[in-house]
Design a protein around this ligand. Structure first.
Ligand code: KG4
Ligand code: ZN
Length: 337
């Protein structure tokens, strides 16, 4: 079965072709980051309009890379939600239009299920069951995953998502949008011992998290440092603050993931979502995995952030469950479990 996947929930247009026998045949992506940068965040209307411009050329590009035509497709999957309403509608309209024209099933996919299953596109891929740490710009949750569609939320952030905390903290440090990756680059040069920031809810005894207080703690630290030096932060201090922030967030994410593994008795941990690209998080999890003898799986680095490949894969997994075809709709707000 060959499934075309279309992702358009936020600021990335992603299209991919997944073959249940041969694996990922092609994937193409256009990021709108540069377009939104001058506004310091995603402008929903601009996002929708850009998805309209990109989605057909990207589909053509994928088919060309795979040496296929529309006649070779067996199903069309698209991100139904959660995400920006107008942006989602573009992918939904194209997917439903193509499916109707080609007389193929259309498979609505939950964006987070896409992220959750994206490590299946890596080699080696995890087998069920596993604990998943989903850390994106919009969501942060720990899930027990027992199979496709069998998800239990163990805990989640009570306020900001981890990626959101990275982005907001980067903004208040004056870093260019999108701040998360930039903050983590600076943190690599920072001194982990100079500042210590709080580890919110580290000992709460459950799997919930909270990151908005951490951002406020950074703000207080920045003001304190600015007052001390009587002006703007120097590059070294800024890098040290980035490092302190990253140390705190990584410790919370690792500690909660370990607790979830212990409580479920599971031996596999899957990391998904944009923050999964963070090198310090990966290194800390790898060290813990060696020490505690569990296996940790990541999506390929290029598939950590939003992409069409994870939607094509999740679509194929849903198709295998013989789910009834969806109706044309989008679900901007949609809990996974
Ligand atoms: O999964 P994703 O592409 O989009 C959502 O579904 O939200 O995740 C984007 C998030 C952003 O908040 C971005 O700052 C963060 O992932 N991110 C990172 C890194 N790369 C992306 N955060 C920390 N370190 C990184 N290397
Ligand atoms: Zn995402």
């Amino acid at each position: 079965m060959r499934v075309l996947g279309i992702e358009s929930s936020c600021d990335e247009t992603g299209v991919a072709l997944y073959d249940t026998e041969a694996g990922l045949l092609a994937h193409a992506l256009h990021t709108q980051m540069a377009m939104h940068a001058e506004y310091g965040g995603v402008v929903p209307e601009l996002a929708s309009r850009d998805h309209i411009r990109r989605v057909i050329p990207l589909t053509r590009e994928c088919l060309k890379t795979a040496g296929l035509t529309l006649a070779d497709l067996d199903a069309i999957a698209y991100t139904q939600g959660p995400g920006l309403g107008g942006a989602l509608l573009v992918g939904a309209a194209v997917a439903n239009g193509l499916a109707f024209g080609l007389n193929l099933p259309v498979i609505p996919v939950h964006h987070l299920e896409g992220h959750l299953l994206s490590p299946m596109l890596a080699d080696p891929a995890p087998t069920f069951p596993f604990v998943a740490l989903l850390v994106s710009g919009g969501h942060t949750q720990l899930m027990a995953v027992r199979g496709v569609g069998d998800y239990e939320t163990l805990g989640e952030t009570l306020d900001d998502a981890a990626g959101e905390a990275f982005d907001k903290t980067a903004k208040l440090l004056g870093l260019p949008y999108p701040g998360g990756p930039e903050l983590s680059r600076l943190a690599e040069h920072g001194d982990p011992t100079r500042f210590t920031l709080p580890r919110p809810m580290l000992r709460s005894g459950d799997f919930d998290m909270s990151f908005s207080g951490l951002k406020t703690a950074v703000l207080t630290l920045v003001r304190q440092q600015e007052a001390e030096c009587g002006g703007a932060l120097d590059d070294v201090t800024r890098a040290d603050i980035c490092r302190a922030f990253q140390e705190a967030i990584v410790e919370v994410l690792v500690s909660k993931s370990l607790a979830a593994l212990k409580a479920t008795g599971m031996q596999r941990l899957v990391i998904a979502g944009g923050v999964g690209a963070n090198r310090q998080l990966r290194a800390a999890l790898d060290r813990a995995a060696q020490r505690r003898r569990f296996a940790v799986y990541y999506p390929p680095l290029s598939l950590c952030t939003d992409n069409g490949a994870m939607i094509a894969y999740a679509g194929a997994a849903r198709l295998a469950l013989a789910q009834p075809a969806g109706v044309f709709s989008v679900r901007p707000r949609w809990p996974l479990a």
